[in-house]
Design a protein around this ligand. Structure first.
Ligand SMILES: Nc1ncnc2c1ncn2[C@@H]1O[C@H](COP(=O)(O)OP(=O)(O)OP(=O)(O)O)[C@@H](O)[C@H]1O
Length: 250
């Protein structure tokens, strides 16, 4: 069974950084990983150190536009499938798919239905599927992914950030995706914020699974435009991700 992890949270809290560090952990543990960048605003490829030229959005657009021009005897499912493999970026230890631009006008149900079948088949090839999602989980309702084992909400520990985590927990009830567990990771935590974070999480009845410190090594890498995949093992953030991964049995 493929373990499905979705990472969400308010923009700027470090969702992409946490996703990248989880992928770093998983690939070092020889897990076969499919990473999906499902946030149109995200920079997951950059933090992973991977160049992506084409996205699922491009494939969807192609299928949407060409649907009526394709001869009736061609198998649209296999065309979409081969196009999908063309945009699958193969990296050492993991593959990456970028969802890309949002849909244009018109109904994409036809393409989405085909895509859902193909994606669910593709996912079976991996030990772990990890999805960097958009902050509001809007696209989750399109049911590309039917079931999520762990929804990780990243917060920066501010009251607003914790409020976002609580809202996401409420939103999950409205999704058409099954979510087995919801966890919160506080990120960029400092000595002065840790106590408040623990208290607020308890008040809001959120399961706080870890507190990743504000890490100078991440700041430096970000400034230098370097990916986070090669952060050393003694990075404080990497160490906490190791603790969290242990708790999550990853
Ligand atoms: N633990 C950390 N210590 C220091 N800096 C961090 C840490 N986590 C993330 N950052 C920095 O915070 C900024 C925002 O992080 P990131 O891009 O991962 O956020 P995001 O929530 O994915 O935002 P968006 O959705 O807008 O892409 C980046 O500059 C990143 O390098």
């Amino acid at each position: 069974m493929t373990r499905v992890i979705a990472v969400t949270g308010k923009g700027g809290t470090g969702k992409t950084a946490i996703t990248t560090l989880l992928i770093r952990h998983l690939t070092r543990g020889n897990k076969v990983v499919l990473a999906v960048d499902a946030d149109p605003d995200t920079n997951l490829p950059e933090t992973l150190g991977c160049e992506v030229h084409r996205t699922i959005g491009d494939v969807k657009e192609f299928m949407h536009e060409e649907r009526d021009n394709l001869p009736p005897d061609v198998n649209k499912q296999s065309i979409l499938e081969s196009k999908l493999y063309e945009v699958l970026e193969e990296m050492p230890g993991y593959d990456l798919l970028v969802m890309g631009r949002p849909e244009g006008s018109g109904c994409y149900c036809y393409v989405n239905n085909l895509l859902r079948g193909i994606m669910n088949k593709l996912v079976d090839n991996y030990d772990v599927l990890i999805i960097d999602t958009e902050a509001g989980l809007e696209h989750f309702s399109r049911k590309i992914f039917k079931q999520v084992d762990d929804l990780i909400v990243v917060t920066d520990g501010s009251r607003r950030g914790m409020g976002t985590a609580e809202r996401i927990r409420e939103l999950v009830g409205e999704l058409e995706t099954d979510v087995a567990h919801i966890y919160v990771i506080a990120n960029k935590v400092t000595d002065s914020t840790s106590e408040t974070i623990i208290r607020t999480a308890a008040e809001l009845e959120l399961e706080l699974i870890g507190m990743v410190p504000l890490d100078e090594m991440i700041v430096q890498r970000d400034l230098a435009g370097q990916p986070l995949m090669e952060l050393p093992d003694d990075s404080p953030a990497v160490k906490e991700i190791e603790n969290i991964s242990r708790k999550l049995n990853l």
